[in-house]
Design a protein around this ligand. Sequence first.
Ligand code: F6P
Length: 571
Amino acid sequence: MTSVPARLPVDATTTSAWGSLTELSKNLQPDLRGWFAADPARAHRMSHQAADLHVDLSKNLLDDEVLASLLTLAEEVGLAERRDAMFAGEHINVTEDRAVLHTALRRPSDEPLTVDGQDIASDVADELAKVYAFAEKVRSGEWTGVTGEPVKTIVNIGIGGSDLGPVMAYEALEPYVAAGLECRFVSNIDPTDVAQKTADLDPTTTLFIVASKTFGTLETLTNARLARDWLWRSLVAAGAIEDSEDGRADAVAKHFVAVSTALDKVEAFGIDPENAFGFWDWVGGRYSVDSAIGTSLAVAIGPDAFAEFLGGFHAMDEHFRTTPFESNVPVLMGLLNVWYVNFRDAHTHAVLPYAQQLHRFPAYLQQLTMESNGKSVRWDGTPVTSDTGEVFWGEPGTNGQHAFYQLIHQGTRLIPADFIAVANPAYPLSDAVGDGGAVAAGADVHGLFLANFFAQTKALAFGKTADEVRAEGVAEDLVSAKVFSGNRPTTSILAPALTPAVLGQLVALYEHITFVQGVVWGIDSFDQWGVELGKKLALEIAPAVAGDEAALAAQDPSTAALIAKYRELRA
Ligand code: F6P
């Protein structure tokens, strides 16, 4: 029977491992230069393979004792038991009394899984088949708009998990997108978003996918109505439909589909539930890119590539589920994050993809990690006993190098950073001429790009001493400014290429890292109550913004004054 697990969270701070880590941290003098010199096999020992990902942890601030204590901590907080409970469909999302089964979305369809008395393996397979059939229809041109034209542009309307995953994956897998198809993503309720994304579109070849787990999200439903209005207006203007109820209904039927767990609300919006793809309450929004929420992606890259994407997730799930903790990459990376947050005073964590196509990956990870682990109470409602969720942020290299790396190299804060790269680029280019110096004629530009990756991780780890600076002939009064302390921790992740499978592996890797941290902290990484208050207040404040004096008077003085100022400024 799947029910709320009776077990209370272990207070990690009371474990013996926490005590050891506290002591070890006090005495630890990070010395990556010395550690590598004393142990040339360190890189080899601390590198692991997880599916197609080669992960080098050796440039982190840990020695064997720290590593051993982190692994003991995992045992003492019952990480394996909690992980197994998740995979088995127990209601580990305690505050919402739900199973947490995004891993079920990517299991081979012939492996049965019954949860809460329901055969969810066949539910998942059926829904996926529906998404794939729809994708094929659009891709083949069988699905047509009101004038019989095939679809050229898909506009996904969604926000949070109903946007960040699809747009991140679409950008990452752009080389796999079918020729002649384009996806756009509308998320912000700022009307600029929908206005700009529809401005140059031909309504007869545009298909909207309204993606919302709850189908009650203000931003998404407002944007969906704006898009529907735009569609009606522009189809009427083009003479493609009658300006009538039938004309409008036909337009919605042929130009709108939905993805949701709330099919009744989809219908109320005017979308035929036949044209809606479902998923389940055991898939959290930020864990849903591999559910029907990925429909735009499935259309763009096609069912075969989407299946590879899911296969990548599953490969990482299996690694997480079955690999001993000593070489289990999500476990090790999650524990390292705990080490940095709770014992080395790190407040943030950078994710730096050396792959332009992963430019939305940090933004995607922000929701995954921070909505999951930005919590102050544990899953039993008691206060947390240590710091939790660090701030995740990042930009693709090398752009970040010319912006914020200064602070990572020489600032006063410790910022652990993950560097991610692929060996084979989608667009291999060579510099025919070179620069006559370091860049040889015919140089592989991807090689140059990755030289930056290796250089940055090397500089962060090993730095540059004052003597080394002096040896370059630098004037004494400038030496200190040019010293790099080193001992700035990085993890290097290398994959063969940014294939759908590798992308799935990367996403699943970070899902499980997030999970590991949440277990150590004893929090429910699958609820998100912290986003509710602002949503409620926005609805209460909207009348005041629109001119309701009583609603304005009900606001606190600062908010009332700001609204009054806005009204004064608004033309
Ligand atoms: O406001 C946060 C949130 O609930 C996210 O967790 C979710 O991904 C997003 O809103 C969108 O929700 P929905 O898919 O229900 O529109």
